[in-house]
Design a protein around this ligand. Structure first.
Ligand SMILES: CC(C)(COP(=O)(O)OP(=O)(O)OC[C@H]1O[C@@H](n2cnc3c(N)ncnc32)[C@H](O)[C@@H]1OP(=O)(O)O)[C@@H](O)C(=O)NCCC(=O)NCCS
Length: 443
């Protein structure tokens, strides 16, 4: 890390706290993220926060690891301040309502100020950047009988232009302003803009940096939530989402539906928060995940034979417990399968103990040899853990005779003892005579 381009005082303070173990942790992700595009969407208040200089050092770290970064920024806080300082009322603060001429004028001033602060910070870190006119916009027009005046919607993102900059190692800075066909400016909501830019550039992540701990649902900050789950909350229980997160939740959903695999909502005021969110299994903000798990589905009766055949070899090697086809069929609801081109190549089970609804057990994990070492095993277990958590599990148990180190080294499980098993499960454990190791993880 110390060889990276960031050598400001803030950078050296930052690198000084990275331990070799952290570095190993980060390097693990490098091959996966190299060449990928991350859209970092900064709220105006994060640009005004004292942690901005650290965030921009983190941007330098991402760049040095081969990750292409696009910065999209908001201006809400600065617009509010300008409005108060000049005593000019604004018609809407976040670009989602009516923008009158006076508000547009202040928004343009706020925007150039914010872009300039970012430009200065990136310059300090020896990073090249460019403010662009890559967002082509159309007036939003009349909604429910009200003319939205200078508020715009994205007509087109000039992805060749942005792609060109990225190829040349230049960080594009995208303001929440779009340009109409005659060159006039239109105000655009920055959360929406980040989603549109990420979709157009096929980014692998959007990271919303906000002044909040993450996405709060029912009074609790979620660490992760599936797109399927969030879609239902947005549709049926919008009130459950704490207000500062609603726009981000809706735009995250929009991005997921357009193919952006992951959206993070992170507190941009926390030192090292961004780096921790990207380079740790646990993260610090909220991860909203989409089609990463698209190939995983719940098994159906028609899959019984395939699951039986799939696991037969592992049973012979005592890696898995023997189950008859009838036993698989009887418990088919417990199975999840991973499909490639309609072939099942991996399976896992998730089982809830009847007398302990807070504990779930993961079992029968198997990946076909040809497909091993492609991340499928990890994905299956992570998916099963998320499902377990969605259904209320607090503790996840895994039993394994030969792959316990996989669960421990790759998935953060810890070795435990048989005593933690509920009575009925302990009995079947002892009767099986296989003596697998018991591992647990908190959901
Ligand atoms: C164990 C198993 C599920 C792993 O699945 P996979 O899809 O190959 O694993 P992933 O691609 O997600 O992960 C690969 C990583 O796990 C490591 N790994 C694989 N098997 C491991 C094991 N038995 N112990 C420790 N680490 C293991 C790999 O070395 C690799 O590490 P790296 O990323 O640091 O290079 C798979 O090998 C398998 O089905 N094995 C036979 C059946 C079995 O033992 N099942 C477990 C019963 S509970």
């Amino acid at each position: 890390m110390s060889n990276g381009p960031a050598q400001t005082p803030a950078a050296s303070a930052h690198t000084a706290v990275i331990k070799p173990t952290d570095l190993r942790g980060i390097l693990k992700y490098v091959p996966r993220f190299q060449g990928q595009i991350f859209v970092l969407a900064l709220d105006g208040s994060i640009v005004a926060d004292e942690n901005l200089s650290n965030l921009l050092v983190d941007v330098a770290v991402l760049r040095s690891l081969g990750i292409k970064v696009i910065l999209v920024h908001g201006i809400g806080r600065q617009l509010q301040e300008l409005s108060e300082a000049r005593n000019i009322p604004i018609s809407n603060i976040d670009g989602s309502g009516v923008t009158d001429a006076a508000t547009l004028d202040l928004a343009l001033r706020a925007s150039s100020r914010v872009s300039n602060v970012i430009l200065e910070g990136l310059t300090q870190n020896a990073l090249k950047c460019a403010i662009t006119n890559a967002v082509r916009a159309l007036p939003t027009g009349i909604l429910k009988g009200v003319d939205q005046l200078h508020t715009g919607k994205v007509e087109r993102i000039d992805k060749d232009f942005i792609g060109h900059l990225l190829e040349k190692d230049i960080i594009p800075i995208i303001q929440p302003i779009g340009y109409g066909i005659e060159g006039h400016s239109l105000r655009i909501n920055s959360d929406l803009l980040a989603a549109e830019v990420a979709e157009a550039l096929h980014a692998s992540k959007i990271i919303y940096l906000t002044p909040h701990a993450g996405l709060e649902i029912d009074g609790q900050v979620r660490r992760d939530i599936s797109g399927d789950h969030l879609r239902l909350v947005l549709r049926d229980h919008l009130d459950a989402i704490a207000e500062p997160g609603r726009s981000k939740a809706a735009n995250a959903m929009r991005a997921l539906e357009k193919g952006v695999p992951r959206v993070h909502i992170v507190d941009g005021r926390i030192f090292d928060g961004l780096i921790n969110e990207i380079f740790s299994n646990e993260g610090v903000g909220t991860l909203i995940y989409g089609n990463d798990y698209q190939q995983i589905r719940q098994a159906a009766k028609r899959d019984v034979r395939m699951i039986y055949n799939l696991t037969r070899n592992a049973v012979k090697r005592e890696e898995l417990l023997y189950r008859t086809q009838q036993a698989i069929e009887k418990n088919i609801d417990q199975f999840y399968v991973f499909e490639i081109d309609e072939n099942i190549v991996a399976c896992v089970t998730l089982y809830f103990y009847p007398d302990r609804p807070d504990v779930a057990e993961i079992g029968s994990l198997y990946v076909m040899p040809y497909n091993q070492n492609r991340g499928i095993g990890k994905k299956m277990v992570q998916y099963a853990c998320m499902k377990a958590k969605d259904r209320g599990a607090k503790t996840i148990v895994a039993l394994s005779t030969q792959s316990y180190s996989f669960f421990i080294s790759q998935l953060g499980f810890e070795e435990s003892t048989v005593e933690i098993l509920p009575e009925a499960r302990l009995k079947s454990y002892q009767e099986s005579g296989r003596n697998p190791k018991v591992m647990i993880k908190h959901a």
